[in-house]
Write a protein that binds this ligand. Structure first.
Ligand code: HAM
Length: 466
């Protein structure tokens, strides 16, 4: 059942406070406005300009990997029919039971802010006829997801995922490729991670295993935590996810799913592991890994930060094979696998790791600083800057500072090798001064020749000017 979300009930509109019109002693009228201020909703957060360097580095890294591994970009709507996720993710899961942002659309239908995008990608594969294309169809996405979870560090109600879905082949190489992409994503950022991996086989194998698991847990019932007792009724596989101390010993002794897989499922899994060995991707076999979404079959995996402070509680990303989802959503039987990485969590990890290890996100340095003096020069500077936009020269400027000294101080701070200086005289003469910031030597050049003159001086254009 979709959780009836009382939280979305319309609240009675509050009467806006009347604005007070005040007259001061000198006869001026001022309006004293209502002083209410707004903050982001609980569990939602702003990503400020100072964070941009992390987000951009991650986006660029993902986009490069997508290009190399030939995944095409897909963008699906943020709103979908709620039943799409109920059918895909499964009724008994936390995401569907507790975390979906579901509400009535104007026509009375139940819609939902997407909690993840695998279901959306598969919906698109079926409804947009992508099964007609050469197979597999490899797609990636980057965007916001919504889960009405209890907010805490690294857990938000709106968060960003980058995801990779490979639909149309049942080949262990596809599983290994996805894990390699996830691993490389962090490796390229210099972030150490570990991959936890398991196979949960087919639904039939799982059913047999669940019975065995329940038989075992029944004998331990009196030692279990409250939540695990509920799990025994609702979703026995989630018993393996319990983090409570009192259940750890019981969990460790529990039967392992791998022993309940058929030879063909085992051999599929072994091939995935062999590929990872060949690729040198380190992994940890974790028999208790079952994942929290119902659509998975066979390979499942998660990516964890290596913090040096014991096992990390929350995964940076996760994924697996979901061979039955296409049929579940009304398409024909189509094998598939995918994974998604949480960007908010990855940014937190990157910041922390970079700070601890004194690493920095290197920004491309500026080549020059363009300084201006006087109103006419300001306008001309804007025009010349606009003309240099496509030149490949990285230019710093500050049009709101009027003092030349202040501007040259900024140029020094930025450690640019050259500054351009434009004053009234240069505007009249159609020239500009190029100042060597180290020697202080200045040279006058025609405004029409700035780009050429600078490219001759700047080392990075050596090849171009030869
Ligand atoms: P998931 O494990 O639910 O898998 O989410 C993947 C990642 O999204 C998590 O490891 C975490 O980094 C991030 N994430 C999830 N919930 C939150 C939250 N509340 N706040 C911050 N970050 C969060 C999926 O979503 C599957 N669709 C992955 C997949 C793709 N499987 C096959 N293809």
């Amino acid at each position: 059942m979709i959780a009836k979300n009382k939280k979305f009930k319309k609240e009675p509109a509050k009467k806006p406070k009347a604005e007070k019109i005040k007259k001061s002693e000198d006869g001026k009228t001022t309006v004293e406005k209502n002083k209410k201020t707004w903050v982001a909703l609980r569990g939602m957060h702003d990503i400020l300009p100072k964070e941009e360097k992390y987000w951009k580095t991650m986006y660029n890294g993902a986009s490069k990997l997508a290009e190399f591994f030939q995944f095409g970009r897909i963008e699906t709507p943020l709103l979908e029919e709620a039943s799409l996720f109920v059918r895909s993710i499964g009724k008994g899961t936390d995401v569907v039971e507790k975390e979906m942002y579901v509400f009535d659309d104007a026509d009375g239908s139940k819609v939902c802010l997407r909690p993840e995008a695998t279901a959306s990608a598969m919906r698109a594969y079926v409804s947009d006829g992508l099964w007609n294309n050469p197979q597999p169809v490899k797609m990636w996405y980057w965007g916001p997801m919504f889960r009405h979870d209890r907010p805490q560090a690294g857990r938000y109600r709106q968060f960003t995922q980058v995801g990779f879905e490979n639909i149309g082949v049942a080949d262990p190489a596809a599983d290994a490729e996805l894990i390699l992409i996830a691993y490389n994503f962090y490796k390229d950022l210099g972030l150490p991670v570990e991959i936890h991996i398991n196979s949960i086989g087919t639904p039939e194998e799982r059913e047999r295993y669940k019975n065995e698991l329940l038989n075992y847990y029944r004998t331990k019932k009196s030692y279990l935590c409250e939540e695990c007792r509920k799990r025994m009724q609702k979703n026995p596989l989630r018993l393996l996810d319990c983090k409570e101390d009192q259940c750890q010993g019981i969990k460790e002794e529990a039967p392992q799913i791998i022993d309940w897989l058929t030879e063909s499922s085992k051999s599929y899994f072994m091939k995935v592991l062999e590929f990872l060995d060949e690729l040198g991707v380190p992994y940890i076999l974790r028999p208790s890994l079952v994942r929290g979404l119902d659509y998975y079959t066979h390979t499942v995996f998660e990516i964890y930060p290596i913090t040096g402070e014991g096992p990390a509680q929350s995964a940076l990303g996760g994924g697996g094979r979901y061979d039955l989802l296409a049929e579940e959503l009304g398409g024909k039987a189509t094998p598939a696998a995918g994974m998604a990485l949480g960007i908010d969590r990855s940014v937190l990890y990157m910041k922390e790791y970079y700070q601890q290890n004194q690493l920095r996100v290197e920004k491309e340095p500026f080549d020059i600083f363009f300084a201006q003096l006087g109103d006419r020069a300001k306008g001309r500077t804007m025009k010349l800057l606009d003309g240099l936009r496509e030149s490949g020269i990285k230019i710093a400027f500050n049009l709101y500072k009027n003092s030349l000294k202040t501007q040259l101080d900024i140029a020094n701070e930025l450690k640019v090798p050259y500054a351009l200086i434009l004053g009234q005289k240069e505007v009249q003469e159609g020239t500009v001064i190029i100042r060597d910031m180290e020697s202080g030597i200045q040279e006058i050049v025609d405004q029409k020749k700035i780009e050429m003159a600078l490219k001759k001086k700047l080392k990075k254009f050596d090849e171009v000017s030869k």
